[in-house]
Design a binder for this molecule. Structure first.
Ligand code: DC
Length: 216
């Protein structure tokens, strides 16, 4: 099994880098953040409170999530755009801090890779928890202002109404989410000791891809 783990904070460029690498290497790609977002979407849709750990864990265990390159289906409902809404953005860290939710989603991520004999998997704990034996671990990072600008552009492209506070508000949200993601007790965002750290602040997309292809 050949696994390439890509971790890093929001807006570091993980998703586009993972997709391009997968295409070049002829592998499939899994966006694990979309899985945590899908659970959050399903909890909110059911009128639940993401802070209710029992309810949220039950949703995670029973939810049907299908993710391909274009769409995310949650229990048969197309949630591609909704899972990236501000509402989900604000609630997802509480869901991702739930140990039972993580246990369920980590098991599904391992099963996904086993069925395909590997793939490019991106998230926060891929190199540290999900696939500690990954063949290559990349930790992508970038200055928080650059990450906030990228995220604001992505939200606009998906048709979400701009956050009333503009890029500053997106930046504050990202910082809050990074803090929760890095300090939770289960599977926190951290750099695996054997990961290659790439700062994409001053790099073009192509430079980042070439560097990783060189490491491969
Ligand atoms: O990468 P993203 O912004 O779509 O991730 C959404 C949230 O899910 C983010 O707050 C961190 C969390 N997440 C996680 O805890 N573990 C992962 N492997 C992937 C994402």
């Amino acid at each position: 099994m050949r696994v390439i783990a890509i971790d890093g904070p929001a807006g570091s460029g993980k998703t586009s880098v993972a997709q391009e690498l997968a295409a070049r290497l002829g592998l499939e790609c899994l966006d694990t953040g979309a899985m945590y977002r899908a659970v959050t979407f399903a909890v909110l849709r059911a009128g639940g409170d993401p802070a209710d750990s029992g309810f949220t864990a039950a949703v995670a265990r029973t939810i049907d999530v299908r993710i391909d390159d274009e769409r995310v289906l949650v229990d048969g409902v197309d949630a591609t755009v909704e899972i990236r809404s501000l509402t989900v953005d604000r609630a997802v860290s509480a869901v991702a801090a739930n140990a039972e939710v993580r246990a369920e989603l980590v098991a599904r991520q391992r099963e996904w890779a086993n069925r395909r004999d590997g793939g490019v998997v991106e998230g926060r704990d891929i190199g540290t928890v999900v696939f500690p034996q990954a063949d290559l671990k990349i930790y992508l990072n970038a200055d928080s202002s650059v990450r906030a600008r990228r995220r604001a552009r992505q939200s606009g492209a998906l048709g979400h109404t701009a956050d009333a506070g503009g890029v500053e508000s997106v930046a504050a949200d990202l910082t809050r989410r990074d803090t929760i993601d890095s300090t939770r007790s289960t599977g926190p965002l951290s750099v695996a000791s054997d990961a290659v750290v790439i700062d994409t602040t001053d790099k073009t997309f192509d430079e980042t891809i070439e560097q990783i292809m060189g490491l491969m």
